[in-house]
Design a protein around this ligand. Structure first.
Ligand SMILES: NC(=O)c1ccc[n+]([C@@H]2O[C@H](COP(=O)([O-])OP(=O)(O)OC[C@H]3O[C@@H](n4cnc5c(N)ncnc54)[C@H](OP(=O)(O)O)[C@@H]3O)[C@@H](O)[C@H]2O)c1
Length: 281
C-alpha cells in the first residue's frame, strides 16, 4: 500500500481541530502535497464558511455530499467529536474501501477501535492541541501495527509530514497516548493557569494587567525557546538564573514549599488517568 503522489486528503469533521490541521497543511505545504482537499462538515453553514475562508484551495461539503469526498480520499483526517464518530462513519460506510489511510485526531479512541470502525488497518492516532491554530502545535503520533515495518516507511513519512505542519510531530507507542492526551492536549490549559498566576503576581506588585500578561507570556515563550535551542536540562538553566542569596532562589523556595512542582506533575497524572477512562465509557 502506497499513498499516491497526487493524493486526495479528506478532512471528515473540519471543526476547531480539523480546520487547524487544514490551515497548517495549506500554509506549510507538506511534501507530497495533496492534489485535492475536501472538508466534510455536518451543516451547510459550516461548509459555506469553510468555502468562503479557504476559497478554491478546498471543496467543502456537508450531509449526504460527504459520501463522494470520503470515497475519493486516499488519506482521511478524522476530526469529528469522539461521541459522534461512529454515527458519522456509519453515514459514509459505503465509501470506505478498507484501503484508506486514517489520521485520527479523536481523544479516547484506540487504534483497534478505529480500525474496526472504519474497516481499515492503516491508522495513525494523533493527539494534538489548540496552539496548532497558530502553527505552534505539538502532535504525538502512534501508528497501527499494519503501518509499521520498512514497507510502510513512505506512508509513515507522508503522515508525519502532514501532521508536522501543525508545529512539531513526534512518534510514540500507543501505550503513551493517555499521557500525551494529558501533557499535549490538556497542557495548554495547565500552562495558561501558570501564565495567569505569573501575571497576577505582577499585578499584585503594581504592574498593569495588560503589561503583566504580555510579560508573563513572553517569559514563557522565551524560556521554551531557551530549552529547545540550548538542548540543556531545565534544571541546569534554572540554576544559572539563581544568584546566591538572590531574588530567584527566594521565589523558587516558596514554590517548592507550596508543592507547585508536585502539583503540576500530579495534574498531568490525573488528566492521563481520566483520558484512560474516556474510551471505556
Ligand atoms: N478542541 C480541542 O482543544 C482538542 C484538543 C485535542 C484533541 N481534540 C480532538 O479533536 C476532535 C475534534 O474536536 P473539535 O473541538 O475540533 O470539534 P468541533 O469543532 O465540534 O468539530 C467537529 C466537526 O465535525 C463536523 N460534523 C458534525 N456532524 C458531521 C457529520 N455528520 N459528518 C461530517 N462532519 C460532521 C462538524 O460540522 P458542523 O460545524 O457542521 O457541526 C465540525 O466540523 C475531537 O475528537 C477531540 O477529541 C480537540
Amino acid at each position: 500500500m502506497q499513498i499516491p503522489e497526487n493524493y486526495t486528503l479528506t478532512i471528515l469533521g473540519a471543526g476547531v481541530m480539523g480546520s487547524a490541521v487544514l490551515s497548517a497543511v495549506l500554509k506549510n505545504r507538506p511534501t507530497p502535497f495533496p492534489g485535492k482537499i475536501f472538508c466534510c462538515t455536518g451543516s451547510s453553514a459550516s461548509a459555506q464558511r469553510l468555502q468562503e475562508t479557504y476559497g478554491n484551495a478546498i471543496t467543502a461539503t456537508y450531509g449526504e455530499s460527504n459520501f463522494q469526498p470520503v470515497k475519493e480520499a486516499d488519506v482521511i483526517v478524522l476530526g469529528c467529536k469522539p461521541f459522534m464518530c461512529q454515527t458519522i462513519i456509519d453515514q459514509v460506510k459505503g465509501a470506505l474501501d478498507g484501503n484508506k489511510v486514517i489520521i485520527s485526531l479523536l481523544a479516547g479512541w484506540k487504534i483497534d477501535q478505529l480500525s474496526t470502525s472504519v474497516g481499515s488497518p492503516y491508522i495513525a492516532r494523533v493527539m494534538t492541541n489548540t496552539p496548532a491554530k497558530y502553527g505552534c502545535g505539538t502532535a504525538v503520533v502512534s501508528f497501527s501495527s499494519d503501518l509499521q515495518g520498512t514497507d510502510f516507511q513512505s506512508v509513515r513519512e507522508t503522515i508525519m509530514a502532514i501532521v508536522d505542519t501543525v508545529g512539531m510531530a513526534l512518534e510514540l507507542p500507543e501505550k503513551n497516548m493517555d499521557a500525551a492526551t494529558s501533557l499535549v492536549g490538556s497542557g495548554p490549559a495547565f500552562v495558561l493557569l501558570m501564565m495567569q498566576a505569573l501575571a497576577e503576581g505582577g499585578v499584585r506588585m503594581g504592574i498593569p494587567y495588560e503589561t503583566a500578561k504580555k510579560c508573563a507570556a513572553k517569559v514563557m515563550e522565551g524560556t521554551s525557546k531557551m530549552v529547545m535551542e540550548s538542548g540543556q536540562h531545565p534544571e541546569a538553566l534554572k540554576s544559572m538564573v539563581c544568584t546566591p542569596g538572590g531574588t530567584t532562589i527566594g521565589g523558587l523556595l516558596t514554590l517548592e514549599d507550596r508543592g507547585v512542582r508536585g502539583a503540576i506533575s500530579r495534574a498531568v497524572e490525573e488528566a492521563a488517568d481520566i483520558a484512560s477512562k474516556l474510551g471505556k465509557k
